[in-house]
Design a binder for this molecule. Structure first.
Ligand code: FES
Length: 185
């Protein structure tokens, strides 16, 4: 039997299911909801989603492992995903990753002792025209330089914004209210 998530999560997934002729179509937002509750998509999350939407766990797992936006292991409160694919690679992605490495003294996939920071390299995030870029949780930061990245890190460190994608709250980047991406960059 799958674990039980919060009442808000259970309610949200029921609402999502009602929007589709086939409840299995809700697999992606349902995974988001589970990730938001649990911090990452583990076996419990897979089983919870599978049970809720009526899909075999192995098929939920296929979706979760295909997309880097679902974290398969614990990440920091602020998780940087640096695109390393061609456009970003040609325009300085390596410097971006190196800055994170030196700034946090971490290897990709490691989490800082205070649980605040982590990073990894990922493939194309579909923002090739604004390379190099990275995501912090689900917020895009584009046309980066190490200096711009450092300014973003300092601001996040100081303000501790809520940068979670929130399917439960129905808002992308709710925590950036009043502090839009362009202001940060
Ligand atoms: S190559 Fe980096 S976003 Fe596409």
């Amino acid at each position: 039997m799958a674990i039980k998530l919060s009442e808000a999560a259970e309610k949200r997934v029921e609402e999502l299911k009602a929007k589709y002729p086939d409840s299995r179509s809700a697999v992606m937002p349902a995974l988001y909801i589970a990730q938001e509750e649990l911090g990452y998509v583990n076996g419990d999350a897979i089983n919870w989603v599978a049970e809720k939407i009526g899909m075999a766990p192995v098929h939920v797992m296929e979706v979760a492992t295909f997309y880097t936006m679902y974290y398969k292991k614990p990440v920091g409160k602020y998780h940087f995903q640096v695109c390393r694919t061609l456009s970003c690679a040609l325009r300085g992605a390596r410097e971006i990753t190196e800055h994170l490495h030196k700034r946090f003294n971490l290897l990709p996939g490691e989490v800082s002792a205070d649980g605040k920071w982590s990073y990894e390299e990922v493939e194309c995030l579909g923002s090739c025209g604004t390379a190099p870029m990275c995501e912090v949780n689900d917020i895009f930061f584009e046309n980066l330089t190490p200096e711009k990245l450092e300014a973003i890190i300092e601001r996040i460190d100081k303000e501790n914004p809520d940068l979670r994608f929130s399917s439960v709250k129905d808002k992308l980047g709710e925590g950036l209210k009043g502090q839009t991406k362009s202001e940060i960059i």
